[in-house]
Design a binder for this molecule. Structure first.
Ligand code: NI
Length: 170
């Protein structure tokens, strides 16, 4: 059971962001309320995607809305993301790693299978920003952030901001 009132924006170096999240066992009102909370946090901090560990909850669940609208909100419970095709390198940021925008290499396309909030399994295909968002959010539930994906050069270039985040997390 997710304690919705305790959910808050969670940032590096919080341990929950480095853990492989656990499957959602039952899609019930608590999970639906938690998704509302995730959406609120995503909008408050102006993101286009948000994963459960970013709210401090280690569950395999993320949301994406590329234009930030509720109308276009997609919810992915227990997803499997399978990237394919060529690589594409583009600037990326993460609400849980504030102040760092850096080039991240991703696959151009990906397929996703997940369960929606009604408990129905669905499949989708993504490319461009959508494919990038799917891979970014999937990383979160696997215990990874852009910090695990950035180049050594970028890590050095952003060392001051990284140190600041580490100090703030103590
Ligand atoms: Ni992120």
């Amino acid at each position: 059971m997710v304690d919705i009132d305790k959910c808050q924006m969670t940032r590096y170096p919080a341990e929950v962001l480095a853990q492989r999240a656990k499957p959602v066992e039952k899609i019930d009102d608590n999970i639906r309320q938690f998704v509302d909370k995730m959406f609120d946090l995503m909008i408050k901090y102006k993101g286009v995607g948000f994963a459960a560990p970013q709210a401090g909850v280690s569950l395999r669940l993320f949301i994406i809305s590329l234009d930030g609208s509720r109308e276009h909100l997609k919810v992915f419970v227990n997803p499997t993301v399978t990237p394919s095709g060529e690589f594409d390198t583009n600037e990326e940021g993460c609400l849980s790693v504030p102040g760092i925008y850096t080039k991240i290499r991703r696959y151009k396309q990906c397929a996703v299978t997940a369960t929606d909030l009604d408990g129905n399994e669905f499949k989708d295909q993504g490319e461009g920003l959508y494919a990038r968002a799917l891979q970014h959010e999937y990383d979160h539930i696997e215990g990874m952030t852009i910090l695990n994906r950035m180049s050594q050069t970028a890590r050095i270039a952003h060392r001051k901001q990284l140190k600041k985040l580490q100090e703030r997390g103590k």
